[in-house]
Design a protein around this ligand. Structure first.
Ligand SMILES: [Zn+2]
Length: 149
């Protein structure tokens, strides 16, 4: 059984994930600020709604998932303390389309969570959502929701 701070955003079949408009804007902004480096963040919220995030320090390596263990566990600790759920990760592809790369396929160990990629190579940034299913990434729909005033 999963600890309760670990979400299962795709738990109900064919559901649409929800992403807060405010969070979407901020993530996009931070991803553009990190350019030309990869930006990454852990996404948090409840059930299938992403309502907050934790930015991860950007790595100067080729791939953002080279987070060091201490930083990663500290972020998970913050999630547990804030009584929210970890729902997924997001990273940017500064120079390529938002399609999972070979290292994305190799580096993803949490199939129950959502996997988001922001592509910054096009004129307009593109945000895509994927679910890991039967050994591959499957594109999924999401909806942007307005935050309560
Ligand atoms: Zn990637």
């Amino acid at each position: 059984m999963l600890p309760d701070w670990m979400g299962e955003p795709f738990a109900s079949k064919d559901n649409k994930l929800l992403l807060s408009r405010k969070v979407a804007k901020r993530l996009l902004h931070e991803a553009q600020e990190a350019f030309p480096y990869e930006y990454s963040a852990l996404l948090t919220g409840c059930e299938s709604a992403v309502t907050d995030y934790i930015s991860m320090p950007h790595s100067f390596d080729k791939h953002a998932f080279a987070w060091d263990g201490a930083t990663f566990f500290q972020a998970l600790n913050t999630i547990q303390k804030s009584k929210v759920q970890w729902l997924g990760v997001l990273h940017s592809h500064p120079h390529s389309p938002p399609l999972p790369s070979a290292s994305d396929h190799k580096g993803w160990h949490y199939p129950m969570l959502s996997y988001w990629i922001i592509g910054l190579a096009s004129e307009e940034p593109v945000l895509k959502l994927y679910q890991w299913k039967n050994g591959t990434f499957v594109a999924r729909d999401y909806a942007i929701i307005d935050d309560p005033a």
